[in-house]
Write a protein that binds this ligand. Structure first.
Ligand SMILES: Nc1ncnc2c1ncn2[C@@H]1O[C@H](COP(=O)(O)OP(=O)(O)O)[C@@H](O)[C@H]1O
Ligand SMILES: [Mg+2]
Length: 245
């Protein structure tokens, strides 16, 4: 398990000779073993931040440092990402998609055990031989999560992974994320534009606006959270107030 310290991070894009500051002076500490949600409007730099963390985006300025965990130098071995769309390979079954990151392993028995552990955990066992076009969107997103879990990174990044789902499947998967977090003790950084989702999941909520951290709000409510409780609603108003200001 690892944490992350982000210091003075900047990312500037050049669009038609105009500079766009997607991230400006981000300072953030992600404690190891914590579930952090990042909430902000569309276009505020959430995806850019996740891409910077996992090394897909070269930053303009600043640095990041892992805390605790392994000594692995290769960032992509330590950080896994679940995108908004499942990005499954259509020619592979559910089981094969999940096993994909372990393709190079010689220990086929161990791979089988890991994949089946997560197939079971995510309720996918009966669909292990199905192809992506034969399963629902919610299930496909479960497979994408399972693939990342099989990869077993120290930090899991999630970029609005439930954005395309209906309210029922969304809540169901949110609860599964909580179960996975509490059972596996992973560090999770979860990005969303949905204020309620950020409060439902996060032990710390980072409110993001125009490429900057607007506020960091610790949440001590127990899982599973009552979205109608006074504390929950107060947090919701506080965050909406920050983003509307
Ligand atoms: N590859 C890119 N090239 C140019 N501009 C980009 C690129 N990726 C993101 N941006 C710009 O950076 C800003 C933040 O985008 P993004 O991180 O995708 O926001 P969010 O995920 O919060 O919706 C936007 O203004 C977007 O247009
Ligand atoms: Mg985005």
């Amino acid at each position: 398990m690892a944490g992350l310290i982000i210091r003075n991070l900047y990312k500037t894009f050049n669009i038609n000779n105009k500079e766009v500051n997607a991230l400006s002076n981000i300072n953030l500490t992600i404690e190891d073993g914590s579930f952090v949600t990042i909430v902000g409007k569309s276009g505020c730099g959430k995806t850019t931040l996740l891409r910077a963390i996992c090394g897909l985006e070269k930053v303009t300025k600043g640095n990041m440092e892992f805390t605790k965990g392994s000594n692995e130098k290769n960032i992509s071995k330590r950080v896994g990402i679940v995108f908004q769309e499942p990005r499954l390979m259509p020619w592979l079954t559910v089981e094969q998609n999940m096993a994909f990151p372990l393709l190079k392993s010689d220990d086929k028995e161990a791979v089988h055990d890991i994949v089946h552990k997560y197939l079971e955990m995510l309720g996918l066992e009966n669909f292990k031989d199905a192809y992506p076009n034969q399963i629902s969107g919610g299930m496909a997103q479960r497979v994408a999560l399972g693939r990342t879990l099989c990869y077993d990174p120290e930090i899991i990044l999630m970029d609005e992974p439930l954005g395309a789902l209906d309210a029922f499947n969304r809540r169901k998967l949110q609860n599964e994320f909580i179960n996975i977090f509490t059972e596996n003790k992973k560090t999770i950084i979860f990005v969303t534009h949905d204020v309620e989702e950020a409060i439902y999941l996060g032990q710390k909520i980072v409110v993001f606006d125009k490429g900057s951290v607007r506020s960091e709000i610790p949440v001590s409510l127990d899982y599973y959270r009552d979205t109608t409780s006074l504390e929950f609603l107060k947090l919701r108003e506080e965050i909406l107030g920050l983003l509307l200001a």
